[in-house]
Design a protein around this ligand. Sequence first.
Ligand SMILES: NC(=O)c1ccc[n+]([C@@H]2O[C@H](COP(=O)([O-])OP(=O)(O)OC[C@H]3O[C@@H](n4cnc5c(N)ncnc54)[C@H](OP(=O)(O)O)[C@@H]3O)[C@@H](O)[C@H]2O)c1
Length: 220
Amino acid sequence: MRIGILGGTGPAGRGLAVRLARAGEEILIGSRDAERADAVASGLVEAWPGHHLSVSGAANEAAAECDLIVVATPWDSAVATLKPLAAGLEGKVVVSMANALVKEGREFLALLPSRGSVAASIQAALPLSLVSASFHHLPASDMENLDAPITADVLVCSDHFEASKATVALVDSIEGLRGVDAGSLAQAAPIEAFTAVLVTVNIRHKVHTALQLAGYGDPR
Ligand SMILES: NC(=O)c1ccc[n+]([C@@H]2O[C@H](COP(=O)([O-])OP(=O)(O)OC[C@H]3O[C@@H](n4cnc5c(N)ncnc54)[C@H](OP(=O)(O)O)[C@@H]3O)[C@@H](O)[C@H]2O)c1
């Protein structure tokens, strides 16, 4: 499967790209600037020569032609990035990992996007796409470092069964991660907002936390 990561040149997109590529997926990193995407993709491949990662770069428009799309832009540019691409995204799974947060001092606070979550705003902008929300709580720096073991439960929500199933499968393909179907897209609001708590814990305690659900079967 070819996976396009829009805004994939940032830390979140890069981290997801290398983990998914190590799992055997073909990744196209998207950017507003195709040359920047190409340079970032080459840098990732060169950083992990032993893994033979299939990561290349292109404009966001080309990345949107992939089979499954991940949105890794800042939260307030996600809809503007996707809307012009809506026709080509019809019927496709579009995964939002964007969190609406603001930093105040040593704390991150959750903002309330219109419609309650970034993912719900994206679904409203792409009514014929299958939007899911996931990957919100994963620390990008650990994700990008393939030498760093990462163990986490990753919450997934969507109003479309097919999108939840495909996104859980995508999460499960990454070593150490377990996808957890957390319900409808209404759950994206608390999932996105909770990122503010985790990031604040990380800052206060100088750690990189990841979510693990006690009692949800055997942990990975
Ligand atoms: N960082 C984390 O640990 C982490 C973890 C989980 C989820 N997230 C979420 O994932 C998303 C990306 O995080 P990030 O830290 O990678 O963010 P970022 O570095 O600020 O942005 C990611 C990319 O988005 C593109 N971009 C920036 N401004 C844009 C605009 N106005 N319009 C369109 N594209 C724009 C840029 O790519 P080009 O300039 O190449 O187009 C940039 O490299 C955020 O919504 C964040 O909440 C982050």
